[in-house]
Design a protein around this ligand. Structure first.
Ligand SMILES: Nc1ncnc2c1ncn2[C@@H]1O[C@H](COP(=O)(O)OP(=O)(O)OP(=O)(O)O)[C@@H](O)[C@H]1O
Length: 354
């Protein structure tokens, strides 16, 4: 099933002009610089921004020429940057607000599950006015889910939170779309949130959609807008195994293994691993006597010029997953790197996204 959305909205100094068709599942990140129209697109989907266009979820039409379904009839949950909870109600009261108004047969999400997924059990009796920013957002997401929406729209839900609160919520958001089967549209300008949560990315600029990529495609563009802050990164999906007595923890994916050496903050199984291209060196041969634990065979796909005096080497691992290495242009010439060549990636650091 797909979602088809096309909107045209003209403001004094801004035009939103988008047309997209995407799978109606998983997490779609809307990513782009401030003012590019991410929130306007989300609001248009919600019917909060009245503009020309059409919106279809599978066979269901929410908007078309001459037809506009009002927001309250659209089965969607919307969570803003700062959660607007009912201050006079308890957390339980907030969660039940939409849930109670639905006939039991229309409820697709169980209260107990939402409370469990979002870690809300200890907060149920608290008043909304007593909660921290991160707790408020968890309740707002829970309340939205309990209206059994066909679509969950999250507008920079973490942007007003401090690092610690973000760190607490991100793992809870991970897997939420899969667990609830509610497709999520997630507005952000934080690459880390895209890398962690997204299945696909809609790149926006100046009111238009520039690309729609799977996360893997998005990260294989050497000039990906996701790389603007920290440089190029690769994300590898895999499974975290049991830690060994020597302190190493295996991260396995498609028969390959990378070793983690930092103790895990909490037990995890499926996870994404983030590798900065500047933490990957290349060697023509496997190196036996080095401190770098992680060495994987890599086939070079392309070598791109990068920042001053550097090149970005795009390669694929034995299982086909892409990996990027940023090395000096001098070393690339010295090693004679060329497309199709097999080399070894020496990975100096990996970060588990948990
Ligand atoms: N209510 C409004 N009236 C007039 N112009 C608006 C209104 N809301 C937004 N705009 C303008 O429309 C453009 C797109 O805004 P929008 O909030 O959709 O961008 P954004 O990508 O979500 O930005 P940010 O990441 O900063 O939230 C901007 O130029 C903004 O100034």
């Amino acid at each position: 099933m797909t979602i088809q959305a096309a909107f045209y909205l003209q403001r004094r100094n801004f035009v939103l002009d988008v047309d997209m068709e995407l799978p109606l599942e998983g997490v779609t990140a809307l990513f782009g610089p401030s003012g590019c129209g991410k929130t306007s697109l989300l609001r248009a989907m919600a019917g909060l921004e009245r503009c020309r266009g059409r919106l279809r979820l599978g066979e269901q039409c929410w908007q078309d020429d001459g037809y506009f379904m009002p927001t309250y009839k659209r089965e969607l949950g919307y969570v803003f940057q700062e959660a607007s909870l009912f201050a006079h109600l308890s957390v339980q009261g907030n969660l039940e607000y939409g849930w109670k108004r639905l006939p039991p047969a229309a409820r697709t999400v169980a209260q107990a599950d939402v409370i469990d997924w979002l870690g809300l059990a200890p907060l149920l009796k608290h008043r909304a006015s007593e909660l921290s920013g991160g707790q408020r957002q968890r309740v707002a997401i829970g309340r939205a889910l309990l209206t059994s929406p066909r679509l969950l729209l999250l507008d920079e839900p973490l942007s007003a939170l401090d690092r610690q609160a973000k760190r607490e919520i991100l793992p809870l958001l991970e897997g939420l779309a899969a667990r609830t089967r509610v497709p999520i549209f997630y507005v952000t300008h934080a690459p880390e949130e895209v890398e962690r949560l997204a299945d696909r990315v809609v790149f926006m600029r100046d009111g238009q959609i520039r690309h729609i990529d799977s996360l893997r495609q998005a990260l294989s563009r050497p000039d990906s807008p996701l790389f603007v802050d920290e440089g190029a990164v690769s994300i590898i999906e895999g499974t975290v195994g049991e830690s060994l007595p020597d302190g190493r923890t295996p991260f396995t994916f498609n028969g390959l293994c990378l070793w983690l050496v930092k103790p895990l903050r909490q037990p995890v199984t499926r996870a994404r691993l983030r590798i900065l291209a500047s933490d990957v060196s290349l060697s023509l041969h496997p190196l036996p006597d080095v401190s770098i634990l992680n060495q994987l065979a890599l086939t070079i796909i392309r070598v791109y010029p990068a920042r001053e005096g550097r090149v970005l080497v795009a390669g694929k691992l034995a299982d086909g997953q892409p990996l990027l290495a940023e090395i000096s242009a001098y070393s690339a010439v010295l090693l004679g790197l060329a497309e199709g060549q097999q080399v070894y990636a020496l990975i100096k650091a990996v970060a588990l996204l948990t």
